[in-house]
Design a protein around this ligand. Structure first.
Ligand code: ATP
Ligand code: MG
Length: 383
C-alpha cells in the first residue's frame, strides 16, 4: 500500500479523556480528529480539529463525522452501534471496530456467552431477570456472588456483590434491570492486555497488572509482576479473544489470575483502556497512536516495552461535585521520571477520573515506581 501524509481524518464518537489522548497522538502523524460528544467543550475539544455537540446516538452528529472523515470509530461503549452501522453504510465510510462487536460487548451477558461459546475461560455466570433466577444462581455458583447490570456499568457502578439469599431483593433493586450473576473470583491478581488488530496483523502489548480499589482502577504496573508461565497463558487467552472480534482497533482485555495461576477473562473494552495509559511513556507506539493506525489500516506500531512504567489515576477526592482544580502538583512536576496527564474536565466529582501520572524508567524497580506513584498522587488534592 502507498501511505501518504498528511492523509487522514478520523471521526470519533465520544470526546472524553480517551478521545483527548487519541488527539494528542494524532498530531505528529498528520491525522486530524473530529469528535462528537454531548458535553460542550468536552475533554477532547481543545486538542482535536473540531467537536460536534451531540449525544452518542445522535444520527446527525454521527452522520456529519462520517461525511467528513475517512474512517469512523468510537472511544466510549455508549456509542450507538445501530446508528454507526447505518451512517457507515449511507456514507460508505468504514466503521472500526465493527458495530456488531460493540453490540456484543455492550451487554455483559451476551459478551460472556460469546466468549464461553468459543471456549475462552471465564468465571461461571448465569442470567438473572428476577429473584428466583438470583436464588438459583446462588445455589449453582455459591454465595457470595457478583451481580452485574447487563448494560451501562462502568468503574464498578452496576456491580454489586451479594453475600447471601437475604440480600436478593435489595441487590436486584440496586441493579434495577436485567442482570447476570457471576461466580465471585478469589483472584491472586488482576491483569489486562491491550491488543491491537490491524489490517491482517494482530499484536499485543506486554501484560499489565491492574490494581483496583472499590472496583475502580487505581494503578497499573507494566510489565506485570508475574511469572513467565502466567504471562504466556494470559497472552494466549488474549490472542484467542482478539480472534473472536470483528473490526480493527485497540481492545482492552481485563483478566483475573487465580490462585492456581489460571487465567479467566473478566471483560473486553473495544477501545483504548485505562490500563494501557502507561504505553504513552512505556512503549514507542502508545495505545492511542496504535488505535489510529489500526482503524486506518496503517501498519501497526511497535508494542515492545521501552521501560517499565507505573500509572496512577488522579481520582476526584471530593465529597460532592465542584469546579476542578488540582492543588499540589509540584512534586509531580519536579520528579524527572513522572509525566502528568490532565483530562481537562471542568468539574470534579467523587472518584471521577480527572487525570493520571505515569512514572517510567529503567533504574528503579517496579515496586519502587509504584510506591513513588502512590506518594505523588497522595500529594495532590482537589479539596
Ligand atoms: P470498568 O468499566 O471500570 O472496567 P466495570 O464497571 O465494567 O468496570 P468490571 O470490570 O466488571 O466492571 O468490574 C470491576 C471490578 O470488580 C473488577 O476489576 C474486579 O475488581 C471486580 N470484579 C468484577 N467481576 C468480578 C468477579 N466475578 N469476581 C470478583 N471480582 C470481580
Ligand atoms: Mg472492568
Amino acid at each position: 500500500m502507498n501511505h501518504r501524509t498528511p492523509a487522514a481524518t478520523v471521526g470519533v464518537v465520544g470526546g472524553g479523556q480517551l478521545g483527548r489522548m487519541m488527539g494528542e497522538a494524532a498530531g505528529p502523524l498528520g491525522i486530524e480528529l473530529l469528535v462528537s460528544d454531548p458535553t460542550p467543550d468536552c475533554p477532547a475539544a481543545p486538542i482535536v480539529r473540531e467537536q460536534i455537540v451531540g449525544e452518542f446516538d445522535d444520527y446527525d452528529a454521527i452522520r456529519e463525522l462520517a461525511e467528513r472523515a475517512d474512517v469512523l470509530t468510537f472511544e466510549i461503549e455508549l456509542a450507538d452501534p445501530d446508528e454507526m452501522a447505518r451512517v457507515g453504510e449511507e456514507t460508505d465510510t468504514p466503521v472500526h471496530p465493527d458495530p456488531d462487536t460493540l453490540r456484543t460487548i455492550q451487554d455483559k451477558l451476551v459478551q460472556n456467552r460469546a466468549l464461553a461459546e468459543t471456549g475462552v475461560p471465564l468465571p461461571a455466570f448465569r442470567r438473572v431477570d428476577d429473584a428466583d433466577d438470583l436464588r438459583d444462581a446462588g445455589e449453582e455458583l455459591g454465595w457470595p456472588l457478583m451481580l452485574k447490570a447487563r448494560e451501562g456499568g462502568y468503574d464498578g457502578r452496576g456491580n454489586r456483590p451479594v453475600d447471601a439469599p437475604e440480600e436478593i431483593d435489595e441487590a436486584l433493586d440496586e441493579i434495577g434491570g436485567p442482570a447476570l450473576a457471576e461466580e465471585l473470583v478469589d483472584f491472586e491478581r488482576e491483569l489486562a492486555i491491550m491488543g491491537a488488530v490491524g489490517d491482517g496483523e494482530t499484536d499485543a502489548y506486554p501484560v499489565t497488572e491492574t490494581i483496583q480499589r472499590e472496583e475502580i482502577l487505581r494503578e497499573s504496573v507494566a510489565p506485570a509482576r508475574i511469572d513467565d508461565a502466567v504471562r504466556d497463558r494470559a497472552r494466549k487467552v488474549a490472542f484467542d479473544v482478539l480472534d473472536l472480534l470483528d473490526g480493527r482497533g485497540v481492545y482492552g482485555i481485563e483478566l483475573f489470575e487465580t490462585d492456581d495461576g489460571d487465567i479467566l477473562v473478566n471483560e473486553i473494552a473495544p477501545r483504548p483502556h485505562n490500563s494501557g495509559h502507561w504505553t504513552i511513556e512505556g512503549t514507542r507506539c502508545s495505545q492511542f497512536e496504535q488505535h489510529l493506525r489500526a482503524v486506518l489500516g496503517w501498519p501497526l506500531g511497535d508494542t515492545a516495552l521501552r521501560s517499565p512504567a507505573v500509572t496512577a489515576n488522579l481520582l476526584g477526592d471530593v465529597e460532592s461535585p465542584r469546579p476542578a482544580e488540582l492543588v499540589g502538583t509540584d512534586s509531580i512536576l519536579e520528579t524527572p521520571e513522572a509525566s502528568l496527564h490532565w483530562y481537562g474536565k471542568r468539574e470534579v466529582r467523587p472518584l471521577r477520573k480527572m487525570g493520571h501520572v505515569t512514572l517510567a524508567d529503567d533504574e528503579h524497580g517496579r515496586d519502587a515506581l509504584l510506591s513513588r506513584a502512590r506518594e505523588l498522587v497522595d500529594d495532590v488534592t482537589f479539596e
